[in-house]
Design a protein. Structure first.
Lengths: 135, 163
């Protein structure tokens, strides 16, 4: 089995849940390591993230929320490791794109994944029933 | 009261604060009281990054927070004051005499602390410090998110970590 290429970190079961969705869709369970911040202090999150990134030689971290403690911890890691890329606001489309971008350098794959994730957000419907919304 | 919450949370600015409390309270400013953060531009930039652009963040040491607390309390916008530990909040309470309630929002495990709630771990000296705040008339409760019930200090200290 190849080494994981990225960490997915977030609140409660966000990381394990979204990684399980990636595995269901792609069959690839070797790309991401999931980390939950549940019950952890900011220092605990940072230490765990640092250990995981170091042990796996990881250069990309995906987090769920800009204000989240995982995002803060990742930013602290970046101070010591400027090569580390972080994407926050991660959605399923982001991770799916990253899975299939293993020919790219980690930073380029992360940048492309962030763009795909942003582009995947859409709003449909919401108009009046049986008519068109007045403008 | 414009400063809606005086919260002790070792994660300082994070999701529960910005979103969990921020949305229902319509928070428009955060006063982060921490001597170390107040002395570090890098730390301040890190925490600023975590809040939406329409929310102000003010960084204060205990000393400068003591001088400016009355000004923050007169601010008509909903705000929250954060410290990362009990000692910092105690110093602020004692120095100003102007804090009526304290919220325990997240004090996590480290050596020497005993679990009291799912999100509150306390050492003996920290328990004493909280009792001292209560003895000064400060209402101390634990509540991680607005949807939870505020637990009185005596209930917290009697807890064994199951809630």
């Amino acid at each position: 089995m190849s080494r994981a290429r990225a960490i997915v970190a977030g609140h409660a079961d966000f990381a394990s849940g979204i990684v399980s969705a990636v595995v269901q869709i792609t069959g690839r369970d070797d790309v991401f390591v999931a980390l939950s911040n549940r019950g952890m202090s900011a220092q605990d999150v940072e230490r765990t993230l640092r250990e995981l990134a170091s042990a796996e030689g990881i250069q990309v971290i995906f987090t769920d929320l800009p204000a989240g403690s995982c995002t803060m911890a990742a930013r602290r890691l970046q101070r010591d490791r400027p090569d580390l890329a972080m994407v926050t606001g991660t959605n399923l489309a982001t991770l799916l794109d990253f899975v299939f971008s293993d020919e790219l350098e980690p930073f380029d794959a992360a940048r492309q994944a962030a763009e795909k994730g942003r582009a995947a957000l859409m709003l449909t419907g919401g108009g009046p029933v049986g008519g068109t919304r007045a403008t | 009261m414009p400063l809606e919450l005086f919260r002790i949370d070792d994660r300082l600015i994070h999701g529960q604060v910005v979103v969990g409390w921020g949305q229902p309270l319509d928070l428009q400013f955060i006063v982060l009281v921490d001597d170390e953060v107040a002395a570090s531009e890098w730390e301040q930039e890190l925490y600023r990054m975590g809040v939406p652009p329409e929310m102000d963040v003010f960084f204060e040491s205990v000393e400068t927070a003591t001088e400016r607390l009355a000004k923050y309390q007169r601010d008509p916008r909903p705000g929250i004051l954060l410290t990362g530990d009990i000692e910092t909040m105690s110093r602020l309470v004692i120095a100003t005499g102007a804090v009526a309630t304290v919220n325990l929002g997240g004090i996590h495990h480290k050596p020497g602390r005993m679990q009291r709630l799912r999100y509150v771990f306390l050492s003996g000296p920290e328990e004493e410090a909280l009792r001292a705040l209560a003895a000064r008339g400060v209402v101390v409760t634990a509540q991680d998110v607005p949807a939870g019930r505020p637990l009185p200090l005596e209930e917290v200290l009697a807890g064994e970590g199951s809630r």
